[in-house]
Structure formats: C-alpha cells, structure tokens
Design a binder for this molecule. Structure first.
Ligand SMILES: Nc1ncnc2c1ncn2[C@@H]1O[C@H](COP(=O)(O)OP(=O)(O)OP(=O)(O)O)[C@@H](O)[C@H]1O
Ligand SMILES: [Mg+2]
Length: 412
C-alpha cells in the first residue's frame, strides 16, 4: 500500500469543507495518490474527520516520516488538535500498529505493522474481507541458509531439513501455510518440533508456550495498568499474529484447557476472525498469511488432544529423533547407539522414556566440558526413575563400562 494509497479512500466519507475553504477537498483529491506530505505542506485543510480517518492519517504520517514523533509534532503537521492526535497515536501503539519509542515525553514511530492501520478500521464496521487464494510466498522473509543446505533459525542455530512426504519438511510446511491447512506436530520432547517450525517460518513466527495455566487473556490480550495508573488493553499473541499475518505456533497446545483454546477456533475456520469480548467485543480480522501450527507432546502428563482440536488440524505429523542426523551432528556414536536401542525398547513398551536429539546434543556438550564419564553418568541420571534400570543396563552395555547417575561425592 505505502504511498500509493488513494487519498479519498484513506479519508473515507469526508464531511463537506467548511465555508471559506472550498478548495480543501480539491487539494486532497488532487494530491492522490501522492504522499500525504504534499497535503500536509499545503495550508492545513480544516476538515473535520471521523476518528477512524484521523487514525489512518496519523498512521500515514508515521509511514511517511522516519524517526520518532511527538503527538504535538504530528498534530501540528496534520493541522489537528493535540489531544485527538495523541489519542490516535496511543490507539495505534495499543494495536501494535505503531511503536511507543519514548514515554517521557511520549514519542511514536512507524513499525512493520503500521501500514495495516490503513486497512484496519479499528472499532468501525469491519472492512470487506479480501483474501487471496494463497499467500504470496514473497511475503515471508526468506530464512537464511548455509552453503550445505542448512537453514539458519532466528536463534542462529542451524536446522538440517528432514524428509516429509518425499519433500523437505520446511517446503511442506510452507505449502500448507499457503493453502491454509493447519498442521499439528506431535512427538516426544526434544525431537525437533519447534525447530522445524522456526526453520520454515523464520522471523514470521509468533510462539505461545501453552500450559495448564494459560488463560484467554494470555491468548487474546487483557487490560494492564500503565506506569501512570491508567488501564490499557494489551493485545495478546493471537491478535498480533492475526493482524500481522504471521504464523502462530501454539506449543504444547494440548496442555491448554480446551475451553480456553476454543477462543482461537473462529480464527482457524473459514471465518478467520475473532471477537475480543474483553475489549468491547472488538472484531479482529486475520490478515493474509495468518496461520496456526500446534505442537503436542502425547506423553506429557495433562496433554489432552480433544476431538475438537484434532479435527481442526487436517495434517498431523509425527516427529521423532532422526538418529542419522544425530550422527551427522557429530554426537558420539556410542551415545547414538544407546539412544537407538532405548528408542526400540520404548516402542516395545518396556520403558516410557528414551534420549532424544536434545539429550544427545546435551550429552555431547557435557562430554566436551566435563569428559566422557560425566556425560555418560548424566545420561543415566536424567532418565526417569522408573526407567533408570533399563537405561543404565543399555548405556553401560553400549559403553562397555559401569556408570552410575551423576552425583556429588565426598568432600575434596
Ligand atoms: N533437523 C534438525 N537439525 C538440527 N538441529 C535440530 C534439528 N531438529 C532438532 N534439532 C535440535 O534438537 C533440539 C531439540 O529440538 P526442539 O526444541 O525443536 O524440540 P521439540 O520437539 O520442540 O521439543 P519440546 O517438545 O520439548 O518443545 C534443539 O537443540 C534443536 O536445535
Ligand atoms: Mg518445542
């Protein structure tokens, strides 16, 4: 949208110019589609604008002017009252469409979501929804790659793509997003669920870590007291992801109470909108690109994949440790062998736990830091008590020595 915005659309229904300023509308129309700056540098047309038009004007001003701006400066440039512009800036920041860069004095700047304020009619009747059939792939920032095909995650860690339906897992995930097919990744902790999502979507991702205490307010937002004692509604991650057209990863989704999780369902079905009851029943429309992915650890106490949740994820992918990858990541071959054997025993139902890629990476790190005996002892020590005998037996057999769980010894 940027500077090409049609100024008549931007302003919406404009109240006729007051007497003595018949040129005002003509000035505005003549300037379209140029930057508002042209309009603003003309003698200020004292049109009365509805609150939403002013909201958009302020957003456009921020987009057109780099840096931080005080309400007074914006008000002066727009020829509007300080109070009205101050409120508009406050509402923009509250909605995530501008950034409050300083508090004393208050200064605001445009951010990546500011252009959305031009389209979102906050508090007004929702604009007609125009959704493209698919998400333009150019929209998401392309994650960085390494020369040998690795993908650099936002954390800087390198992800090694894995096969999924004869394709690369990240390619599949991006396709599913483009087609708006929600995906659920399930598997034991430490197998790579979060990693593959981060690799596929890079910085275009917002994550919620679900647990039994997650409330509706944690998802949609809630009123929070500001430093000057006022109460402001702070939007939650679901709303931010919807507005910004981002991917929302609901990690450990099945630990969240089904009643709480249900508030997100309207965003996932064809309607792609949510009503925020706690904020005056405001309706939020999902921007193109919005997509939900969930993570589920079936073995974790309290994780319940309800039928309602399961039926919303048309694609469900099991994620387990790739032991060949562990070898490629230069993890000691004996540790990998022990983990493979333990995984088999787990599949057979003899034990409930076996080391995954996360534990193997930790093993290698401890090996480097404290030496092999400490790393092996720790591998045994992290096994749940009920599985420890089997783990000890297999690990000791693989390493050809007797190790016991890592423990403090006598005084040095
Ligand atoms: N394909 C991969 N390439 C490189 N490293 C990987 C890969 N998959 C996983 N890892 C590494 O394995 C570790 C565990 O991965 P991750 O945190 O994604 O697991 P998870 O399944 O999300 O675990 P949890 O269920 O506990 O959240 C991380 O250190 C991650 O960097
Ligand atoms: Mg995870």
């Amino acid at each position: 949208m940027g500077l090409d915005i049609d100024i008549r659309r931007l302003l919406g229904p404009v109240i006729p110019p007051p007497e003595g300023r018949p040129e005002a509308l003509a000035v505005l129309a003549a300037c379209a589609p140029a930057s508002l700056e042209n309009v603003m540098s003309s003698p200020a047309p004292a049109l009365r604008l509805g609150p939403h038009e002013l909201h958009r004007l302020v957003a456009q001003y921020l987009l057109d002017h780099d840096g931080d701006h005080s309400p007074t400066k914006v008000a002066k440039a727009l020829g509007r009252s300080n109070g009205a512009v101050g409120n508009a800036l406050h509402r923009l920041a509250e909605a995530g469409h501008a950034t409050l860069t300083h508090t004393k004095p208050r200064m605001y700047a445009a951010n990546a979501a500011t252009s959305r304020a031009l389209a979102v009619a906050t508090g007004a009747a929702p604009a007609p929804r125009v959704r493209p059939a698919s998400v333009p792939t150019a929209k998401a920032p392309t994650p960085r790659t390494t020369p040998d095909g690795g993908i650099i995650r936002p954390s800087g860690q390198v992800y090694r793509p894995r096969k999924l339906a004869h394709l690369s897992d990240v390619v599949v995930l991006r396709r599913l997003r483009a087609a708006e097919v929600p995906v659920l990744l399930y598997g034991p902790p430490g197998t790579g669920k979060t990693s593959v999502i981060e690799a596929a979507f890079g910085d275009d991702l917002i994550t919620i870590a679900g647990d039994g205490d997650t409330q509706v307010g944690d998802l949609l937002g809630e009123y929070t007291q500001t430093s000057d004692g006022r109460y402001e509604f702070v939007y939650g991650p679901v709303i931010t992801a919807m507005r910004e057209g981002k991917v929302l990863l609901v990690d450990d989704a099945t630990l969240i109470s089904p009643a709480v999780l249900a508030v997100m369902y309207p965003a996932m079905d064809g309607r792609k909108r949510i009503t925020v009851k706690a904020h005056k029943g405001e309706t939020i429309e999902a921007a193109p690109g919005f997509y939900i992915v969930a993570g589920h650890n079936p073995g974790v106490h309290g994780a319940v994949l309800t039928e309602a949740l399961s039926s919303r994820f048309s694609v469900q992918v099991a994620v387990s440790t790739d032991f060949d990858l562990a070898t490629k990541l230069k993890i000691d071959s004996r540790a990998v062998t022990a983990a493979r054997n333990l995984a088999r025993r787990r599949e057979a139902g003899d034990i409930g736990w076996s080391p995954q890629l996360r534990e193997l990476l930790a093993f290698q790190k401890i090996f480097g830091l404290l030496g092999l005996p400490a790393a092996v002892s720790n591998l045994i020590g992290i096994a749940p008590i009920e599985d420890r005998d089997v783990v000890t037996e297999i690990v000791n057999k693989t390493f050809g020595a007797t190790f016991t769980p890592l423990a403090l010894g006598t005084q040095i």
